[in-house]
Each structure stands twice: as structure tokens, then as C-alpha cells.
Write a protein that binds this ligand. Structure first.
Ligand code: AMP
Ligand code: MG
Length: 413
């Protein structure tokens, strides 16, 4: 028996980070940055107006009021995108639009609402304060500073920042290609005619979706019969991928051909992990590629994927944060178990009054996929715990990211 954390530590120690590739910035969203990005110049590049109004010298307007306006000579009109070639002097102003570079000689902008044009003069009715309504050069980003760190997950704001410094491409970590193989003579694929005694291969599809959800590229190898030639040739095909995942054939008392084949093909560990569901797990390297042998039961394969394969795919993709968010929830029913195994219990969640409540999704058998469908999270009941009562706090691994939207609605009024 091996603990979940021991198995995970062993696995992550063997999982490499993949190489890098150059992508256009729009293709790079959701990927992990593989370089540091420095600002080649200030943003904004020059002091500019934050308002439509008049650029002035603060001394000329410091006593301006509605009753006793300051009257200034207007030297010109400055739309955004242009530069004013002159220089401001005493009792002078330039009409300026938002974003236009502040003409030399001025230090303050008065917004247009506090002014009145009068021929080639302007009346200024208030003093906003020295230096007001100006965005200073470099106030967002200073030239030469590091704006994005290696390892950053590229979100829309990051893409905007890259655009702001005129970077059209970036170096990111490659997306892992993950080959998926279901094993078992009893399996029938979704497009094959239904036959008595057969079981439809759902694992290839739930696993491929899990791969895609965490940013990998699934590669379907289909179904391997429990025959050595079929198994080995399909695994050989899968070696074009960066990582392989099989389901079935690793359980105790199984027709253990998968175990035998994997053992012959590479350096494999066959563990009993102290967890439920998902106790049997094979992990090793075949021709330099990591391979996970997950149990065949639909829930076991998904929960094992969550624990071991997902963090591995994230590590390969360059992520630093490898785990799902966890939250603390209050139990709505009693739970009991024996000591020895950590239990991952499928649960639905309810947000109420700033608290989150967890209820099990019913029958927890490792073949009950419908209870996985209902599950928004997995309650983690530690190995040595035998009982958790209604009202107690438990840790829940969040599977459904949209739960946060339900938990914290934002009301705009
Ligand atoms: P195994 O781990 O190979 O002993 O499989 C255990 C059970 O999981 C089998 O009896 C099937 O009921 C189920 N199973 C195995 N592979 C799949 C699959 N690809 N899709 C759905 N169910 C499966
Ligand atoms: Mg089997």
C-alpha cells in the first residue's frame, strides 16, 4: 500500500516539463509563458491628458472660480494622436483631447465642463489641483521592467499587455498530447452495434474530456482486446504522444494481461494506493514516455485521473499551480468509513449565507457514473478518520469551476 501523496510525489518527480513553441498572442491565451517579458518603453510613453479639456499652468488657474474665472489665451486645438509643437507660457492654454500628449510648458488639465470658450480665449472656472487630469509617462509600466514572468498563465489581460508593447508572438510551453487506450474484451465503442453482454466504452470519452479540460490534446487509441499483440501494438502507437493513459486491467484479481504487458514494455510500478475509489494504479515509463494504468471502473478512472494524471499534465504544460482549488464546506449528512484509505466522496454543493454546504450525490460505488455527473466536488475524508457528522467542516476538491459563479453572485444595481 502506498499513500496518495507518496505516489504523487514519485510521479511528479518523473514528469518532465515539455519544450516550448512560439505562438501568435491570440493563440497563446490559456497557455503558460516560457519566457520573461520586459517593457521596451514606458506605458504610457509620454505624459498625456486623462480628460477632454484645456492644458494649463497651475499658477494661472489656482484662484479660478465660477464668479472670477481665469481667462487664458488658447494657442491651439490638440486632438489625440497629434503632438503640439509649441510651448505654453503664462496665461496661455491649449485645448486638449483625452490621450493627447501634454504640450510642453503645461502641468495641469482642466476638464472641459469647468471651462467656457470665448473666441480665442477660454474662461476657466475651477482649479482641479496641481498636476491633475494627467497620466504620467510610465505610470502603468516603466521601460525596462519585467511585465510578465516565466510560468505565468496567459489570461486576456496578459494578451492585452503583450499587444501594448507590440509583441505579436510569445514563447509558451507545448500542450501535452495524451494518448488514451481502453482495455477489455467486454468493451464496445459508441458507434458499434449494441451487443448483449458488452459494456460501452465510456472511459475513453470521460478521460479525453478530462485531458482537454486541463489543457492537453487527447489522442484516442480506441479499445484494446485483452490480447498481448493488440495491447502492445496500440501502446506502441500511443508512443507518438507525450503521455499515455490506459484504463482497465490493473485491478487485483483481474485477468492481469495489461499488468504483464506493461511490465514487459517498460519500468512500471503497480501500486495499491490508499484511496477509494481508485486503489489500483500503474505508473511507469515506456520508451521514455510516462504511462498511467488507471482502473477500469468509470468513477475510479476519473478520480485517479484527478489525483495523478491532471497534475502531471499541468506540470508538463509548464503550470506551477498543479491542483484544483479546495474549499471548506459544511456537511449536510453523516459520513462514516473504516480507517486505512482516504475517501473521495462525490458531493453536490450549495452556497447559502456566505457558507458552502456539501451533500453526497448518493450511491458511491465505483461504477456509478451518474453520481459523478451530479458531483460538483469531492469531499476528502482522511485515512484515519472514521466519522464526520452533520454540521462538521470538511475539505472539498472543487470539480465544477462554475460553482464559484453560483457561490458569489455579483449584483449590479
Ligand atoms: P477492470 O479494471 O478492467 O477490471 O474493469 C473493471 C470494470 O470497469 C469492468 O468490468 C467494466 O465494467 C468497467 N470498465 C472497464 N473499462 C471500461 C471502459 N472503457 N468504459 C466503461 N467501463 C469500463
Ligand atoms: Mg478489464
Amino acid at each position: 500500500m502506498i499513500l496518495v501523496e507518496e505516489a504523487l510525489q514519485h510521479i511528479l518527480g518523473k514528469i518532465p516539463r515539455l519544450g516550448t513553441e512560439r505562438l501568435g498572442i491570440l493563440q497563446a491565451r490559456g497557455r503558460v509563458l516560457a519566457e520573461e517579458i520586459f517593457a521596451p518603453r514606458n506605458i504610457p510613453p509620454w505624459d498625456n491628458s486623462a480628460m477632454d479639456g484645456y492644458s494649463v499652468r497651475w499658477e494661472d488657474v489656482q484662484t479660478a472660480t465660477k464668479e472670477r474665472p481665469a481667462i487664458l489665451k488658447v494657442l491651439g486645438d490638440l486632438p489625440a494622436g497629434r503632438i503640439f509643437r509649441g510651448r505654453g507660457g503664462p496665461r496661455e492654454a491649449v485645448r486638449i483631447m483625452t490621450g493627447a500628449p501634454l504640450p510642453e510648458g503645461f502641468d495641469t488639465v482642466v476638464q472641459v465642463e469647468d471651462t467656457e470658450k470665448d473666441g480665442d480665449r477660454v474662461k476657466i472656472f475651477s482649479f482641479p489641483g496641481k498636476g491633475k487630469n494627467i497620466r504620467l509617462a510610465g505610470e502603468d509600466v516603466k521601460a525596462g521592467t519585467r511585465i510578465l514572468e516565466e510560468g505565468a498563465l496567459l489570461r486576456p489581460a496578459h494578451i492585452g499587455m503583450l499587444a501594448a508593447i507590440q509583441r505579436s508572438w510569445v514563447s509558451v510551453y507545448q500542450q501535452p498530447r495524451v494518448a488514451i487506450l481502453s482495455t477489455g474484451d467486454e468493451l464496445l465503442d459508441i458507434d458499434e452495434p449494441w451487443e448483449e453482454g458488452k459494456i460501452v466504452n465510456s472511459n475513453s470519452y470521460s478521460l479525453a474530456s478530462l485531458v482537454a479540460e486541463c489543457g492537453g490534446l487527447p489522442l484516442q487509441l480506441g479499445i484494446a482486446q485483452d490480447r498481448s499483440e493488440d495491447l502492445s501494438s496500440k501502446i506502441q502507437q500511443g508512443l507518438v504522444a507525450d503521455l499515455l493513459v490506459t484504463s482497465g486491467g490493473v485491478s487485483v484479481g483481474d485477468y492481469d494481461l495489461v499488468k504483464k504487458m506493461l511490465d514487459e514494455m517498460g519500468q512500471m510500478n503497480f501500486w495499491k494506493v490508499a484511496m477509494r475509489p481508485g486503489q489500483p494504479l500503474a505508473f511507469g515509463m515506456i520508451s521514455g514516455k510516462p504511462l498511467f494504468g488507471l482502473p477500469g471502473n468509470p468513477v475510479s478512472s476519473m478520480v485517479s485521473f484527478e489525483q495523478f494524471v491532471r497534475p502531471s499534465i499541468l506540470k508538463m504544460s509548464g503550470h506551477r499551480d498543479l491542483f484544483r482549488p479546495a474549499l471548506t464546506a459544511i456537511l449536510r449528512e453523516d459520513l462514516s468509513k473504516k480507517t486505512g484509505l482516504v475517501h473521495f466522496i462525490r458531493c453536490s454543493l450549495l452556497a447559502q449565507g456566505g457558507k458552502v454546504f456539501a451533500s453526497t450525490t448518493g450511491e458511491q460505488g465505483s461504477g456509478i457514473l451518474s453520481s459523478m455527473v451530479k458531483a460538483q466536488g469531492l469531499i476528502v475524508l482522511p485515512r484515519d478518520q472514521t466519522l464526520a457528522r452533520v454540521g462538521e467542516e470538511v475539505t472539498v476538491i472543487l470539480l465544477d469551476p462554475s460553482f464559484f459563479h453560483l457561490a458569489s453572485p455579483v449584483f449590479l444595481s
